[in-house]
Write a protein that binds this ligand. Structure first.
Ligand code: C2E
Ligand code: MG
Ligand code: MG
Length: 460
């Protein structure tokens, strides 16, 4: 009796011990998984990818002769996720990760999630040509539409690639190289891939110098290195000028003319856009005050300027000091300003509109855009991005998109400006779609204030 009792006790204790040790094993496994895997996507964590890559790079010479790192950046993920329903943003990342792991598995490589919207892939035994093939494959497969509850979504990816051992001999070096390789793609916009090049590092160092030069240029009292060019915005039928867009030009003392895309990006990154933007607004308004009363002046506003507290006051003061009628000013913004502080920015724009100032949504259709979103935005104009216009003659798909966009804007009583019109063919197609206002080299290139003033004098 006593023996059978002891036996039962032992069995129970043994069972409990087994259960406890099983629990520990499971806990440890979960913990290890959490350290080595990204919880959401199941891809490797950054630490684990680096650990495994180190082991791979550390192999004796000859074992791992070559290899490549790829940094995959999911462009505009924050903007896209802001427009998705709850949970869909995460589901989208999982779909992307599933595709990535499938591709890397077939290539014998490994993939990790290394940021909210960034992934790193590491593939052994790959040379320059192989890196090009892997990048092209990654871009092709990741760019195919994603199905989110029956709604197709197209995402834009950019890939920076670097080779072991040519570009870096350690994981840290390779990780830095792939980041640098992404920079030219960001400047160019759109999807694509780029292989690291040591000249990019030198350029990055130069940019530090360029930022310094910009800072210096802003301290010169007459701001003589800066100039505003103006590009006419015209009636599509008659060609009559309705206004002009102010476009910044920076005449660097040694480098000559610096591209506005570079200047504005640099100014935004460094925060210098705030004083520079204030100068642009003041200069544009004082020059526009001399134009015919029917002409408006379009001034581009950057996100950083929208985030500044004193924007409404600045615009009010500038209009007062230059004596420009508020209805003659159109502020051009891009959709990106609505990603953060949506309500605050809507309020600011409505305050400005209440004063009679116009607001145009610039570069519409470029990158991410939401047609549903459009109806809620405090805007008076929509400017369709040049990328759609340039494809009008060759691509029926672009024609359909532009046609749908015109239909939608007409239904919302939102006037549309077509940007970047270069050919008669584009003008005719746009006119047939009901486009009344255009801007582009066909109608007039950006020109210095004096040339625009001569045109203005001829009109008035
Ligand atoms: P944006 O505001 O969309 O300005 C239109 C750009 O398209 C200008 O480039 C203009 O020269 C170019 N463009 C106009 N028509 C044509 C055409 O028919 N064909 C081609 N290929 N290009 C055309 P730009 O002057 O290089 O300016 C580039 C961007 O830099 C502007 O795009 C704007 O986003 C920014 N930017 C320029 N000036 C300012 C400024 O004063 N403030 C701010 N915040 N951004 C500015
Ligand atoms: Mg613009
Ligand atoms: Mg534009």
């Amino acid at each position: 009796m006593r023996e059978s009792y002891l036996l039962a006790l032992c069995l129970t204790l043994g069972g409990a011990l087994a259960a406890i040790s099983l629990l520990f094993v499971r806990r440890e496994r979960a913990l290890r998984r959490r350290l080595t895997r990204d919880e959401l996507t199941g891809l490797l964590s950054q630490q684990e990818l680096h650990r495994r890559a180190r082991a791979w790079l550390g192999k004796p010479q000859g074992a791992a002769r070559q290899g490549a790192f790829f940094l995959i950046s999911f462009e505009h993920y924050a903007q896209i996720s802001a427009m998705l329903r709850a949970g869909e943003d995460q589901a989208l990342l999982v779909l992307v990760a599933d595709r990535l792991s499938l591709i890397t598995r077939t290539l014998g490589g490994m993939a990790a999630r290394t940021g909210t919207d960034a992934f790193t892939v590491c593939v052994p035994e790959v040379d320059e040509q192989g890196a090009a093939q892997v990048s092209a494959k990654l871009l092709e497969d990741l760019s195919a539409p994603y199905d989110l509850g029956g709604r197709p979504l197209i995402a834009v990816f950019r890939i920076g690639a670097a080779l072991y051992p040519e570009h870096g001999r350690s994981v840290e070096e390779l990780q830095r190289c792939v980041q640098v390789a992404l920079v030219p793609l960001k400047e160019r916009g759109g999807p694509g891939w780029n292989l690291f090049d040591f000249r990019l590092l030198a350029r990055q160092r130069d940019q530090q110098g360029l930022e310094n030069d910009l800072r210096l240029a802003l301290t010169t009292p007459a701001m003589e290195q800066f100039e505003l060019y103006y590009q006419p915005v015209c009636d599509s039928g008659t060609g009559v000028v309705q206004g002009c867009e102010a476009l910044l030009r920076w005449h660097h003392p040694e480098l000559g003319s610096v591209s506005p895309a570079v200047t504005i990006e640099l100014a935004e990154r460094s925060g210098l856009i705030v004083p520079l933007g204030a100068w642009i607004l003041e200069r544009a308004c004082s020059q526009a005050a001399l134009w015919p009363s029917a002409w408006r002046v379009h001034v581009n506003l950057s996100v950083k300027q929208m985030n500044e507290d004193g924007l409404v006051q600045l615009v009010t003061d500038v209009l007062a000091s230059t004596r420009l009628a508020p209805r003659k000013l159109v502020l051009e913004i891009t959709e990106s300003i609505f990603i953060l502080h949506y309500e605050r920015h809507v309020k600011i724009l409505n305050t400005l509109r209440d004063k009679g100032i116009g607001v145009a949504l610039d570069d519409f259709g470029c990158g991410y855009s939401s047609l549903n979103h459009l109806r809620h935005l405090p805007i008076d104009w929509v400017k369709i991005d040049r990328s759609f216009i340039s494809a009008l003659e060759s691509d029926a798909g672009s024609r359909e998109v532009v046609s749908a966009l015109f239909g939608l804007c007409q239904a919302m009583h939102l006037p549309v400006v077509a940007e970047g019109v270069e050919t008669e063919g584009q003008r005719e197609i746009l006119k047939s779609l009901g486009c009344r206002v255009m801007q582009g080299f066909l109608l007039g290139r950006p020109a210095p204030a004096s040339e625009i003033q001569a045109l203005a004098s001829a009109v008035s």
